[in-house]
Design a binder for this molecule. Sequence first.
Ligand code: AR6
Length: 182
Amino acid sequence: MAEAKQFNKTTVTLVRGDITRQEADAIVNAANSALRGGGGVDGAIHRAGGPSIMEECVQIRKMDGGCLPGNAVITGGGKLKCQYVIHAVGPVYRDGRVDEAKILANAYQSSLVLANSYELHSIAFPSIGTGAYGYPLEEAAGIALDTVQKFCQTDTTLGDVRFVLFDQFSYNAFVEKLASMS
Ligand code: AR6
């Protein structure tokens, strides 16, 4: 299953599947601030990518103390079919009143800026924040796609932005939001 829309010079595609199987210049990880790995997509990426990705995360933690919510850092892709993994940290959702929306938007924006600074053409995102961190799905899908749409209005090297949604509910939420956008 796939849905797509053109925003300026960038094609935004929604697919259902496992992000660790994507061929792209970069895939994005929904990481934690300590970059210590975990469950969900983070666990899947480190399992499939092998130990070199965690070794780089450890170095980043030593140098910068990790990655604050809303920020993103980059490592190699290890054994994955991507050159890079961008580790973005979403908000731990509480009640929507502690800047969760801004932090989630920043997590996408930081990833896009980083990808663009590496002059990448293709990037694949999971639905950041909507698993263990508990962000309500429909609102998160809106923030994700609005942030990407806005970014596509800038002069970017990214021609192919994908969202790889693991389950049908997430896929449907993103499809509904994308369909409502012009
Ligand atoms: N491919 C694509 N999406 C996936 C995959 C996969 N292989 N596996 C899970 N998802 P989550 P968060 C979906 O919990 O909410 C971790 O422990 C999943 O179904 O991975 O940002 C980190 O270390 C959901 O829709 O990320 C952090 O501590 C989406 O990815 C914390 O969880 C995000 O779920 C981050 O929580």
